[in-house]
Write a protein that binds this ligand. Sequence first.
Ligand code: A3P
Length: 279
Amino acid sequence: HPNLIHMFNGIPFTTRSSTDLLRSLDTFQAREDDLLLVSYPKSGTHWLAEIIKNLYDSKVTLTSPLEFGELSKLEEMKNLPSRRIIPTHLSYNMLPHDLKAKKCKSIYIVRNPKDTAVSLYHYYRDNPNLPTIEAWPAYFNMFMQGEVVCGSWFDHILGWEEHKNDGTILILYYESMKKNLPKSIQKICSFLGLSISDQEINEVSRMSSFNEMKNNVEKENHDPNHTVCALTSNRKLIFRKGAVGDWKNHFSSKQNRLFDEVYKSKMESSALARRIRYE
Ligand code: A3P
């Protein structure tokens, strides 16, 4: 798929991330108060972004994804007012140096990889920016091999997890958010030093529910500057089911066994993986 996907640093990117931009990412100039929203695709990035937006009551600048666009992107970022909230699917080792040097905060959202795999499968089917794929069994193998856009889920997690004790990263779990959103929002507030009443937290929870977001998107016009996933400008593609456990409708028992084996061996050393509600 030469016109949709290109390889950079061994990772498949869509052509929406230009080689020039990817090559120059390290010259990105960070600001101390930049906040990164980090995820492997389909982990709940838009949900997290909506919560942040509501918490700050639009007094912040939600930028387009760091890796999205042409070289001119870096110049455009300079003109945006603070505080910049910057979404990204980049692996830790591709993150611009200055963001690390200035100790910018990151929120990393992680989701059961089986549900993430299923969500990405449907994204491949619906998103014209991604290559046509074959049926689920072939896609499943691609996912396991890390031959999907943004590379291996396992590597993404492990790379970021190495830095979880730097004191600048908050890790959120999609399944915990589904279970108790106000509690997750409370965690975000403590991490960001925001003080906010229980009533406001409940209001933010309500405004960022799946149904609320899905209904709102039907009314919006697409603004390419307002997607938080580098793989699309079409928010309508994002809100599919928003459920936990949809993998059970896709995985065969053999695929499930294989996945569990790979997970066990690859994630053996991962404390983060043990906290994912995996069933
Ligand atoms: P599904 O495809 O399983 O429905 P991202 O924003 O990282 O692209 O992730 C998209 C996934 O998050 C989709 O999963 C989408 O439905 C789900 N999602 C989006 N908003 C949500 C919300 N408010 N609550 C729960 N899930 C949400």
